[in-house]
Design a protein around this ligand. Structure first.
Ligand SMILES: [Zn+2]
Length: 307
């Protein structure tokens, strides 16, 4: 195991050197932690005779690890404009009733635990506008541990359950509205939206009818995107700046991204590209982290930081 320890040591040295140079080293950290988890697993298996691992396996593993770390090290230098990694969290529904629903749901109790945890760990919410300005290279002062909280669709429980908790902890959020559904059962009303807007919550587009933009014609996609822009402008009297792709944007084409831009949105959020935002950012496909309903809070920060 000696040479593996040396690898870990080298990796740590790399990390420290890069950190001191001011580069974003989350990828390296990720690699180290993943390999530690991997090695722990290998060690466990090794104890069972039938899974006996040969020294060669270790050697191969450590070699691979070194290559990974080296590549990460090199790419660290190719970032033209190193940016602070900013996690964007995704929630949908927050309630105690529909935990078996197909729509990702976090119980109200769990939601508060997660927010409380983030607060305690020093995370501070930023607005989508701050994020946009930061990515546009403007001189924006971000908190030490910035985080953006988002909700998809515009569920009524966001107002009833999540909003009071956000207020309690002095957090803000952005809610993406499938504008045509507002006022329907289980969805927000425009009055609720206005009240939240007056208290710092911002709103972005999510198409009018929650259509899968990769499955409709480009014209229809544009009309859906633009309608959500217009609905928000008409009802709130402000131009929205952000958009969120309804089905995560897994097969999102450049054309659709351009339509989002054409409609007037300046920044767009996806889900398929799970992870945090660092290095070269595509402002039309910002990465997010889908928040699960688990109960182990220490995993929360791992999740935010590692993916
Ligand atoms: Zn949605």
């Amino acid at each position: 195991m000696g040479f593996l320890k040396i690898d870990m040591f080298l990796a740590a040295v790399f990390l420290i050197v890069l950190s001191s140079l001011g580069f974003v080293c989350i990828d390296i950290l990720k690699m180290i932690i993943l390999s530690m988890i991997l090695l722990k697993g290998v060690k466990k298996l090794r104890n069972k005779e039938k899974y006996m691992f040969k020294i060669k396996t270790y050697k191969a593993l450590s070699m691979l690890l070194s290559i990974f770390i080296f590549i990460t090290f090199l790419t660290g230098f190719t970032y033209k404009n190193p940016k602070k990694p900013i996690p964007v969290l995704t929630y949908h529904r927050v309630n105690n009733e529909t935990l078996k629903s197909r729509v990702p749901t976090v119980s109200t109790y769990e939601f508060e635990r997660q927010i409380k945890y983030l607060k305690r760990r020093g995370y501070q919410t930023i607005s989508e506008e701050q994020l946009l300005y930061y990515y546009n290279g403007k001189n924006v002062k971000l908190p030490k541990k910035p985080i953006l909280i988002t909700f998809d669709d515009g569920w009524r429980d966001n107002y009833e359950n999540a909003y009071p908790i956000l207020k309690k902890y002095n957090y803000t959020a952005t809610i993406f509205l499938a504008t045509g559904k507002m006022g329907e059962d289980e969805y927000l009303t425009w009055d609720m939206i206005k009240e939240m807007k007056n208290n710092g919550i911002t709103f972005g587009g999510h198409t009018r009818n929650h259509v899968n933009l990769s499955k409709v014609s480009l014209d229809e996609a544009y009309s859906e995107i633009k309608s959500s822009y217009d609905d928000i402008e008409k009802n709130l009297g402000v131009k929205p700046i952000s958009f969120c792709y309804p089905y995560g944007g897994g097969d999102l084409s450049k054309n659709v991204q351009n339509k989002v831009k054409d409609a007037g949105f300046e920044i767009a959020f996806a889900s398929y590209n799970y992870g945090i935002n660092m290095g070269n950012i595509n402002k039309m496909a910002i990465r997010r982290v889908l928040m699960p309903r688990f109960r182990k809070l220490h995993k929360l920060e791992m999740l935010i930081l590692l993916w």
